[in-house]
Write a protein that binds this ligand. Structure first.
Ligand code: SF4
Length: 75
C-alpha cells in the first residue's frame, strides 16, 4: 500500500502536484492550497493510502514540490 503524507500548512499553492498526479490532488478554492484527495488529517499532516499503481506519478509530484512537503512511502 502506498502512503502519501502532505504537510499542507506549508503548501504554497503552486499547482505542480495537481498537474502531475490529478488523480490524487486538487486545488482548494477556499485557501488556494492543494488537497490530497481521501486523506485524513493526522497531527501536523494529511495522510492518505493508495494503490501502489499510483506511486510513479506521486513520486514525481513529491520531487516537483518546491517546498518538499509531499512524502511518499510504502506500508
Ligand atoms: S507541489 Fe507542493 S507546494 Fe505545490 S501545490 Fe502541491 S503540495 Fe503545494
Amino acid at each position: 500500500m502506498l502512503v502519501i503524507t502532505h504537510y499542507r500548512n506549508k503548501c504554497i499553492g503552486c499547482n505542480a502536484c495537481v498537474e502531475i498526479a490529478p488523480g490524487q490532488w486538487k486545488m482548494s478554492r477556499k485557501d488556494g492550497k492543494s488537497v490530497l484527495l481521501g486523506a485524513q488529517k493526522k497531527k501536523m499532516a494529511h495522510t492518505g493510502y493508495f494503490d501502489d499503481s499510483v506511486f510513479d506519478e506521486n513520486l514525481k509530484a513529491a520531487e516537483a514540490c518546491p517546498v518538499n512537503i509531499i512524502k511518499v512511502s510504502f506500508k
